[in-house]
Design a protein around this ligand. Structure first.
Ligand SMILES: Nc1ncnc2c1ncn2[C@@H]1O[C@H](COP(=O)(O)OP(=O)(O)OP(=O)(O)O)[C@@H](O)[C@H]1O
Ligand SMILES: [Mg+2]
Length: 230
């Protein structure tokens, strides 16, 4: 029997995940509070993406527990987890997440359209998020016509348009140069903080301390708090 720290939004205990002989997660622990921005660092292959996929209910761990707002994810059905993801979580990945045939504003509006919101209302909400991410001038462009940094900011707007409580971002600046990467990171964390969305941010960005409340390091599938230099 496990308990969550008081006030935590999502907590994971004793997570294990094995692929063949590889222990992708080996007794990993995680916890995040509402509105908190937690950066997840660590070497390539250490288990960061596996941790994020387990926490988000995309990949089931072999064992361990994951509690979101008092609900145990590991015993939910696939349909229940997918409903939870749609209503409570937002996602930003490294590349290729925008639909190439839709304009930027249509991409941002898409999650609302899929929930049954009218086109006019969905595009109005999309545009207000695009303004916050400073990409509103790109509304009628196709994803193929915008820069990498702009595309990532459009993807962040799309992840936040439904008002998620928790945003999962896996190396959202991994394909950008450092200047564009910092700008995306700044706008992503600012936008999330403005709605009190918590953020699990897997990143290699060296200035991550400026954007996060806390950093954890994953090594060989184990997670630990990182001491922050002050
Ligand atoms: N679907 C899979 N099938 C087989 N092995 C996998 C799978 N996903 C991850 N692994 C293995 O699990 C380990 C952890 O992978 P993971 O993708 O979580 O690392 P990471 O920390 O995100 O690395 P990177 O920084 O390169 O993205 C690696 O050894 C990887 O090869
Ligand atoms: Mg990864």
């Amino acid at each position: 029997m496990t308990t969550s720290p008081p006030g935590s939004l999502l907590t994971a205990h004793d997570l294990r995940k094995t692929y063949g002989l590889t222990h992708a997660l080996d007794d990993a622990e995680f916890s995040i509070h509402p509105g908190e921005v937690v950066a997840v660092m660590g070497p390539s292959g250490s288990g960061k993406s596996t941790l994020l996929h387990c926490l988000a209910g995309i990949v089931p761990p072999d064992s361990g527990s994951i509690t979101y707002n008092g609900r145990e994810l590991t015993t939910m059905s696939v349909a229940q987890r997918s409903a939870l993801r749609r209503s409570e979580f937002g996602f930003v990945f490294q590349f290729g997440q925008l639909v190439p045939e839709l304009t930027c504003v249509e991409n941002v509006a898409l999650p609302l359209r899929l929930n049954g919101t009218s086109r006019k209302e969905a595009e109005k909400a999309a545009l207000s998020w695009m303004e916050r991410l400073e990409v509103d001038e790109l509304q009628i462009k196709l994803p193929g016509e915008v820069s990498g940094g702009q595309g990532q900011r459009v993807a962040v707007a799309r992840a936040l348009v439904t008002g998620p409580r928790l945003l999962f971002a896996d190396e959202p600046t991994g394909a950008l140069d450092s200047l564009n990467g910092q700008r995306v990171m700044e706008l992503l964390t600012q936008a999330a903080r403005s709605t009190n969305a918590a953020v699990v941010l897997v990143t290699h960005e060296t200035r991550v301390a400026a954007y996060s409340d806390r950093e954890i390091v994953v090594r060989d599938g184990k997670s630990s708090d990182m001491e922050r230099a002050v």
